[in-house]
Write a protein that binds this ligand. Structure first.
Ligand code: HEM
Length: 395
């Protein structure tokens, strides 16, 4: 009888898969996934970078072996634990109930006319001009205003809370973080306190009663909910919408097909999400001695799951770098997978679908005009677009 070979530790690779421009990072992800889909990176205390599709999927699904409770950001961001993202067990289930209710498919269906109205109002503001940068005028503010409407903030209040959230995100890792986070907390809690004294018919007022979906809501808990909604609801959706438009506007054939057959918009949304992967990577901690992709991973080991690299794995996605409306099986990981799969995916999909559809319907000849500016990795996990200049026939 031959003994099973003992799995070896992942090979040590001397690259930094976190620093650099979007293009440099994409090249590094490609190289790592092709040569070494499970690699040990000797930075930030040492972690295992997982970038192959089957290996990433394995970890997201193996809830008993890997935990998010030690934090999902490498390096850590300093933001207090984000619900439900950084919780496990009964606490995670309790948080999920809150978010699954707030952004349930039913809640999103009810919100769709509001999303259309918000999208149209933003288009109205630039449609007569003939040129605009879609990021500040459209892709960035729309998700902020939609989340605000969901909570019960008016549009000015939503945009202000978005600015404050932008400021604390930008300050992560610097001495300005604490004061910036404090200003954000004071502002959003001010609205909660206002609803305690003057309740209205909105979600903020429901949270202000002190209990929601069985969870006791004090100021601290409310703040955690706001952080989660704002991080998820604003920035990832803004990045997803800009990424999708970038792909659609670059390709005349894709644009014509979307205009001719609005049914294809849902497919375009999935391809946009796959290729953009707005939130590129999240960490786990192994809670037992185990293996990933055949390599030994010891208890206590930190792992970083690179959803962006997995989403371009040629063994899972034929022709992985192409935006293909005829892709049959698009099981992308842009919303993660397993127990921590994104609670807000129905809302995000609705915003992306309505956001691209209304823009093309109202401004069919909208075309990219100038340099598209991509970010590097923001707050250790997000990739976005800073500028998406377009021109069109003024209406
Ligand atoms: C295009 C937009 C979005 C993308 C790409 C995105 C992506 C993700 C990903 C990848 C995860 C899993 C993280 C992990 O594996 O550790 C996640 C979790 C989560 N997202 Fe989103 N998200 C988006 C929009 C939203 C929106 C609109 C909301 C809420 C309004 C939201 C709320 C959440 C929450 C609460 C979790 C934690 C779920 C859990 O841990 O059980 N997201 N998101």
């Amino acid at each position: 009888m031959t003994a099973e070979p003992h799995p070896s530790a992942p090979p040590i690779v001397d690259v930094d898969p976190q620093a650099g421009t979007a293009a440099q990072l994409r090249d590094r992800y490609e190289l790592l996934r092709a040569k070494c889909p499970v690699a040990h990176i000797d930075r930030h205390g040492g972690y295992v970078l997982v970038s192959g599709y089957p290996e990433v999927k394995q970890v997201t699904m193996a809830r008993r072996d890997f935990s998010s409770a030690d934090g999902v950001f490498i390096p850590p961001t300093g933001v207090p634990p984000v619900p439900a993202l950084e919780f496990e067990g009964p606490e995670h289930r309790a948080w999920r109930k809150v978010f699954d209710e707030l952004v349930s498919p039913r809640a999103v269906r009810r919100l769709e006319p509001v999303i259309t109205e918000v999208v149209d109002t933003h288009i109205d503001a630039f449609i007569a001009s003939g040129s605009v940068d879609l990021v500040p005028a459209y892709t960035h503010p729309v998700p902020g205003v939609v989340i605000g409407r969901l909570l019960g903030l008016n549009d000015q209040e939503s945009l202000h809370s978005q600015q404050l959230a932008d400021a604390f995100l930008a300050a992560i890792g610097t001495p300005e973080f604490e004061p910036a986070f404090g200003t954000f907390a004071e502002y959003v809690l001010g609205h909660l306190h206002d609803r305690r004294s003057t309740p209205r018919d909105d979600v903020l007022s429901q949270l202000a009663t002190g209990s929601y979906q069985g969870m006791t809501i004090d100021d601290q808990v409310a703040l955690q909910i706001f952080v989660s909604l704002l991080l998820g609801g604003h920035h990832s959706t803004a990045s997803g919408l800009a990424g999708l438009l970038n792909h659609v506007l670059i390709d005349d054939e894709v644009r014509s097909r979307l205009l001719a057959d609005p049914e294809t918009v849902a497919r375009a949304v999935e391809e946009g999400l796959r290729l953009t992967t707005p939130l590129q990577q999240f960490a786990r901690t192994s809670v037992t001695d185990t293996t990933v992709g055949g390599y030994a991973v010891d208890k206590g080991c930190r792992l970083l799951l690179n959803y962006a690299a997995a989403n371009r794995d040629p063994d899972e996605f034929a022709d992985p770098h192409r935006f293909r409306l005829d892709r049959d099986r698009n099981r992308h990981l842009a919303f993660g997978g397993g127990a921590h799969i994104c609670s807000g995916q129905h809302l995000a999909r609705a915003e992306l679908r309505i956001g691209v559809q209304r823009l093309l319907e109202r401004i069919p000849d909208v075309a990219l005009a100038g340099e598209v500016k991509h970010s590097g990795l923001v707050a250790a996990h997000m990739m976005t677009i800073h500028s998406l200049p377009v021109t069109f026939t003024p209406a």
